[in-house]
Write a new protein. Structure first.
Lengths: 334, 334
DNA sequence: TTTATTGGAGTAAACGATTACTTACAGTAT
DNA sequence: ATACTGTAAGTAATCGTTTACTCCAATAAA
């Protein structure tokens, strides 16, 4: 297409008067080569401006040094940046170990997700990190012959390693803190129950209320879409039930909720106490700054990358579950 | 490593009693194959659970369907999500056209950037989209034999296509709007002048002030780091020079600045009018909501993806410059 | 002197697809 | 009967590496 013929290891070998094996071994340091010969090879490589063809290398060595990360990352301009932060963590480890990260967006949609997975033919990737769009999907059939690690959430029939946040414990602590402030009517606003994170948070909420001797009031509980608009709208609806506090399990929904409260001049925390999820910078510029559960998103990525690299390099598989703790950052909204 | 031998086109051919050529042509639809034979091949593929090896395919066909995006994306937990939004735009087009996106983080650091570029050996990627860390770098030497498109910024010796925002015009409009409100002491807070975006914005600022007959007051102008903390700190310093308005050219710095103003109970816009950059959701939850220049970040990605795919598919090269307009979103902070 | 050992480097078969070229056969025109 | 045409599919070279073997010469051991 470009007309330029590629310089191969063969050309280098010819130029340096050595064999292709020698060139390869010089490049990879895989066997002893005398300094003299090394020099010749390096010289030839420079002269010809040789660049190794990593595709050919992958084909032969059956290793691509590419890891795919499949999550609802890029859905839209208004989407949650949580997984971006996670991706940053993954990336930081991979880069250090000489791997590349391929990002893939599932849009939190099973069809899209399945199509993406089937696009990762065997040999193309060395491993897959996935935040499953739903618990109800038989992923095992789809995966190729590479290690898979679930991140943030797991499907029902989890047969793989997983790296998760201890959502339940964190939520329990948060709700307890709200209770300690004397609140009884605590609203719960979250995304749908189709992912395990939401379920765990809901369990944390309900179990804490119940063990405090309170009844669950369904009208104070809302499972909406994960979006700013949904947060805004549902905040309005929930307010009519006269809660004195609200717990929002999603960052973007919390933004929407906060926008509603600001637009309607609701005083926080006097009229309504608010606790959100994820400690992104914006939570420091609301009025007042938001109390949140801080998920170690970057660390989640780091841990996951370490787990999958371990599996890749060991050649083992398993279904270890790792849980990372989330902390509460107390600011003025509670 | 796993012990499982891979099913190849050869195995399928054997099973279906046809040649590898036929199997290949069935897979790719590259020549007529009778229905009967097609059936046999599909049947064999299913039975053997055949998955094409895209690495081998790439090697032979010299096409990987991978595009790399190199930008300061994942620098840290507190980094700017602007490029993530851009990446989303790129991704949306690529996915649709059957390409994969590889994200690479430059950390806005020339050394890191160069290392990343040299990692993209020829043949590994079909194209590169890059937001250069600095204007002063001779990128041409580094690039391999693939199309390159600059995004958001360009280096001094730009020899490639570029897709940019019309920063100068947008900034001029914003400053003019601020002037129209009667402000004379307008502070300017931005990142370093090492990238063209900043330069263009600064030019927009200074030219507008000067053509309004005002002198530039250096003490009202600050080029700091691009970070929340820098925004916070420099906001404090600038306030001592008694501006009545401030223009912040970076989203994260603006967050820091807003946090400072809130912590010190500065009334916006009475005591200080504020105009920021980038219309992310958080700008709607500050008190009051922020007036900003809205960069079409997603669209920037879309356009860039289209440009590079065009180059890839045409096999041409060039140095066309595309500029996208940015709009001002007026809210209560001005 | 013969044999073993070792250091340094070459030969060529993979890896799994794509694709230019060839072939086989059937039908048709001469 | 012969040549020609067209249809369907097979053969094998090729992409650029890696790597299991092999090889040769020089030195050490016998």
């Amino acid at each position: 297409m470009t007309g330029k013929k590629n310089v191969s290891i063969k050309d280098v070998a010819l130029r340096a008067n050595v064999s292709t094996a020698t060139v390869s071994h010089v490049i990879n340091g895989t066997r002893f080569v005398s300094n003299e010969t090394k020099q010749k090879v390096h010289f030839a490589m420079n002269e010809l401006n040789f660049r190794i063809n990593s595709v050919a290398r992958s084909l032969r060595s059956r290793k691509s040094y590419i890891i795919a990360f499949l999550a609802p990352i890029l859905a839209s301009e208004t989407s949650n940046f949580y997984f971006m932060s996670v991706a940053a963590g993954v990336q930081s480890v991979l880069k250090q170990r000489g791997y590349h990260l391929v990002l893939s967006d599932s849009s939190d949609n099973i069809e899209v997700e399945n199509k993406e997975i089937s696009m990762f033919d065997s040999q193309m990737i060395d491993g897959l990190i996935v935040a499953p769009a739903s618990r109800d999907c038989d992923y095992e059939l789809l995966f190729g012959d590479y290690p898979v690690v679930y991140i943030d959430r797991v499907p029902n029939d989890c047969e793989r390693d997983s790296v998760l946040i201890d959502n339940k414990t964190a939520t329990k602590e948060a709700i307890q803190k709200i209770l300690d402030k004397g609140h009884q009517r605590i609203a719960f606003l979250s995304g749908p129950l189709s992912v395990t994170t939401t379920i765990e948070r809901y369990e944390g909420y309900s179990e804490t209320l119940m063990s405090a001797g309170l009844n669950l009031d369904d009208s104070l509980i809302c499972f909406g879409d994960v979006s700013f608009e949904s947060g805004y709208r549902n905040m309005g609806d929930l307010l009519e039930r006269n809660p004195t506090a609200i717990f929002v399990t999603d960052n973007v929904m919390a933004m929407g909720a906060m926008a509603y409260l600001q637009d309607h001049s609701i005083r926080i925390p006097d009229q309504l106490a608010v606790v959100g999820f994820d400690d992104f910078l914006w939570t420091r510029v609301t009025h007042p700054p938001l109390t949140v559960i801080q998920q170690p998103s970057f660390q989640l990525g780091v841990k996951t990358a370490e787990v999958i690299l371990q599996r890749i390099e060991d050649g083992t598989s398993g279904k270890q579950e790792y849980r990372l703790n989330a902390n509460i950052i107390v600011r003025q909204s509670l």
